[in-house]
Design a binder for this molecule. Sequence first.
Ligand code: PLP
Length: 372
Amino acid sequence: MIYLDYQATTAVAPEVADAMRPWIEEKFANPHSPSRWGREADAAIEVARKQVEQAIGLAGGSFAFTGSATEALNWAIKGTLEKVPAGRNRIVTARTEHAAVLDTCEWLEGRGVEVVYLPVGRDGLLDAAEVEAAVDERTALVAAMLVNNEIGVIQPVGEIAAIAHQAGALMLTDAVQAFGRVPIPEGPDLVAISAHKIHGPKGIGGLWMREGAEPTPLIHGGGQERGLRSGTLSPALAIGFGAAAKLASERRDTDAAYIERLWATAWHVLGPEWVLNGSPNQRYHGNLNIRREGLDAARLISNLRDIAFSLGSACASGSGRPSHVLRAIGLSDREARSSIRIGFGRYTTETELVDAIQRIDEAAKAQERFAA
Ligand code: PLP
C-alpha cells in the first residue's frame, strides 16, 4: 500500500514506539500512586508534558492531556461557555471547522448559546473584517482552526485572536493539523492538539491553556491534571506523545524542506487538468486537495484500493455527503465530488508519491475516455 492520507492519521515513528515499549511491557504502575514505581511513571509523564509544551512553543500557559483532540475541543468550548459571565453567550467560528467544533457548537445552540458560523472565501480563508463585525461584547469565544484538515489552508489565527481579545473574548484554535508542521502563532488562549497526527499514538491529545483561561472541567473524578481533567493517565500514551513532539521539533526544518520537495514533485507529475482547492499561498504543503472536471472521486478511490488517499476528510468520506468545507469555499456539489485529498509527509518516499500520482492521473483519464 502507498499511504497518502497523512491528514487522517500518521504511522507511529520508530523512536516513539521505542519510548513507549517499556511502559507497555514492564512498567505498569499507576502514575498517580505514591509508590516508587508510581512516582517514576509520574516523573516520565511530566518530562513528556514539557516536550509537548516546548513543541507548542507558546509562553505563559500549560498543557493538559486528554483522550483525543475531540475531547480537548469539547472541553475548551463547553468549559469556556460554562465559566464566562452570563452576558457572554455567543461563539464565533467558521463554517470550515472540524466536526469536533461544529457539532459541539450545535449542541450548545440547543442549550441557548448563540453561534455565528462565518463564511470563508474561495481561498478558504476568513475575512478579518467579517470576524471583527461578528465579535462583540456578548462573545465568549472565537474558534478558528489553524491548518484546515481538508484543504490545508492556514487561517490568520494571530490576527483573529487580537480581534477576540479586543472584545474581551477568548480565542481557541484547533491546531491538530498544524502542530509539529507549522508554527503556532502567538495569540490563542486555548490550543487543541492530537498525538496521532504527528507520528504519535492514537488515543491521546490535549489542550494548551493560557494561564487564567483554563475551562471549567467536564470530567470529574480523581482530580488528575491539576483537577482539570480527571482519569488515570496512560504513561505509554503520554510518553509516546512527548517523544513524537520532541522528534517533530528536532526535525521541523528537515521535515518542512522535504514536504516542499514532495509538493513540487507532485505538481510536476500532475497535468494541468487538476485544480487546487483553496488558497495557493496560505497553506500547508503536505495537503494536496485537488479536483478535476467530471471526475467521480469515489469511483477513483475504489478503483485504486492499494493507494490510501481520500475524498476530503475521513469523516466526510464515510458519510457519502459532499464535504462541508468544499461546499463552504463555493464548490458545486459536482466539483466537491470531483475532489480528492492526497496527504504526504516524513515517511513518504518520492518514488511512491510519483508512482501513486501517475496511477491516479491515469485512472482519472481512463474515466474520461470511458465517459466520452
Ligand atoms: N481537528 C482536526 C482538524 C482534525 O483533523 C482531527 C482529526 O481527525 C480532530 C480535530 C480530532 O482529533 P482526534 O482524532 O484526536 O479526536
